[in-house]
Design a binder for this molecule. Structure first.
Ligand code: HEM
Length: 506
């Protein structure tokens, strides 16, 4: 079998010049149109495979998951800095020109496929499987209300409020920890580690000389050129602190009987077996959730805001629906969800149009494989091209337009399944996002509460001029818009009153 088709490589360097540092999903969508639903490129012999249709993505990443679920490994970040146990890791992507690294950080699911990743996923499934989700509802509700209160008090800081919402929610869900309003120790520690990962470990494109020549690991620390080992030891200590400290907090609060139910407390209690292996998995799994939820939540909320700014008629229609179903005497709750089909369609369209992780996170193929007479070499990195799938005009006419109505059209069950963006935006197979059920609830409530209480529009500057949002996507993995200006204010006196009163209720 021959390799799948793709842009013509040059000798040795391969397709280096075909890759772009920003928005790689745009050329990847063009390759999909030109070469079909499986496209192959290589960079210095490293195979990159793009799966551009649901059929190809499900067949390989899902059905053949036993060989398509590994993750790429990096020696410096993984081995020396101790991040190999993290399910997520921030690192920088190699600049396509292979001369200069990009300055962007990206996150990648990192644990190699094997017993450890299976155990970690089992823990996450237990905590975030569908049956567990209703138990988080009160927490989601109180965090959403706290978010609204912060927004009305300083709307210009909506980015910081969204990050705090995601961070606090994760700390509470995972550790039962209530962060302080300002200068919280765990949030500060988490941000410090995120910064080390993004700006230190990941500098130089995330690829260090030791990644290319693993034998450098054996250099003694005093040897010339071994400075990386000293740095790695320092960063590793910080990473371990980030993993150990919140975990110790849970254990101590269980001992003193002051704990709040959480992912960790439930598992420690349920399994009642604190073998070193179990504790190791638990604390690294818990820790990885923090990074995993930050940028993805930020991306989704940003796209929702952009869509509302660009389409005031959609916001008005959604507010009409809320006013009819919920009224103006209370804030929406999960019980209202089945009666709000237009809002459901907005959420669907936000997932589809925003595409938070357009090329998925790469999986690594563990064995040579053949698919439809095409040879896919062992070691290839496999990208589920979620962007191309969700911009397929045969399924979504005028795909670049934000149009929630498309999801209100009655279709047969097979088309319904095929067009549901949730089947794609959270990835595929055995590495599919374990947080999907949780964010399905958390983002729904956050979005619905914003629609119910806020006017969302373009910002206006001091001289009264409307400020057009400047949208730019620099991050090579997450489709996360750079912070843009936007106008957020209470919809009415009554809405403001409900937001302020929510503090008493929570
Ligand atoms: C807006 C929301 C989110 C989106 C769109 C999203 C999307 C994704 C995607 C595309 C992947 C890669 C799947 C693959 O490799 O096939 C992933 C992995 C992952 N996600 Fe999410 N995610 C979101 C929120 C969250 C949250 C809130 C958590 C934690 C509570 C979380 C935890 C994880 C973890 C731990 C992984 C790695 C799984 C593994 O490699 O086995 N995600 N996510």
């Amino acid at each position: 079998a021959s390799l799948p088709p793709g842009p013509k490589p040059v000798p040795v360097l391969g397709n280096v010049r075909d890759l772009t540092a920003k928005e790689l999903w745009l050329p990847a969508a063009e390759w999909a149109k030109q070469y079909g639903d499986v496209v192959y490129l290589h960079v210095l012999g490293q195979g990159l495979v793009f799966l551009n249709s649901p059929e190809a993505a499900f067949e390989l990443l899902d059905k053949r998951g036993s060989i398509y679920s590994d993750k790429p490994a990096l020696v410096m970040a993984g081995e020396l800095c101790g991040c190999k146990n993290m399910v997520w890791l921030l690192f920088r992507y190699v600049d396509p020109s292979l001369t200069l690294p990009t300055s962007d950080s990206v996150q990648v699911a990192f644990t190699a496929y094997g017993d450890q990743s299976k155990r970690q996923r089992k823990l996450m499934h237990k905590a975030f499987g569908l049956p567990a989700i209703p138990s988080y509802n009160p927490l989601l509700q109180s965090e959403t209300h706290a978010f609204l209160r912060r927004i009305v008090s300083s709307p210009e800081s909506y980015v910081a409020h969204t990050r705090r919402y995601a961070g606090a929610l994760t700390l509470k869900v995972v550790y039962g920890y209530e962060p302080l309003a300002y200068e919280d120790k765990f949030i500060a520690l988490a941000e410090e580690c995120v910064d080390i990962l993004a700006n230190e470990i990941a500098s130089g494109g995330g690829i260090w000389p030791v990644d290319i020549f693993p034998s450098l690991q054996r250099l003694p620390v005093w040897a010339p050129g071994a400075g990386f080992k000293v740095k790695a030891a320092r960063w590793k200590a910080k990473m371990e602190e980030f993993v150990d400290k919140p975990y110790e907090y849970v254990k101590n609060s269980i001992k003193s009987g002051t704990f709040k139910p959480s992912f960790c407390s439930t598992l420690l209690d349920d399994d009642n077996k604190t073998t070193p292996e179990f504790e190791f998995d638990l604390k690294w799994t818990a820790n990885s959730m923090y990074s995993a939820s930050m940028d993805t939540t930020m991306t989704t909320v940003s796209h929702f805001l952009l869509a509302m700014i660009a389409h005031p008629e959609v916001l008005a229609e959604a507010q009409k629906e809320i006013d009819t179903v919920v009224g103006s005497d209370r804030l929406p709750t999960f019980k209202d969800r089945p009666k709000l089909p237009y809002i459901e369609a907005i959420l669907n369209e936000t997932w589809r149009w925003g595409v938070p992780v357009p090329l998925n996170l790469p999986h690594r193929l563990m064995e040579d494989d053949v698919y439809r007479d095409m040879h896919i070499p062992k070691g290839s990195l496999i990208f589920g091209n979620i962007w191309a799938i969700l911009r397929d005009e045969r399924i979504y006419p005028n795909p670049s337009t934000f149009a929630p109505e498309r999801f209100l059209e009655k279709v047969d069950a097979a088309t319904e399944r095929r067009r549901d963006p949730r089947n794609y935006v959270f990835g595929f197979g055995r590495r599919k996002c374990p947080g999907a059920n949780l964010v399905e609830s958390s983002i729904w409530l956050l979005m619905t509460a914003m629609i119910a209480t806020l006017d969302i529009s373009k910002a206006v500057d001091e001289s009264g001029q409307v400020v057009e949002p400047q949208v730019d996507f620099e991050n090579p993995i997450f489709r996360i818009p750079n912070p843009f200006k936007c106008g957020l204010r209470p919809r009415s006196e009554q809405a403001l009153k409900l937001i302020q009163q929510s503090e008493l209720a929570s």
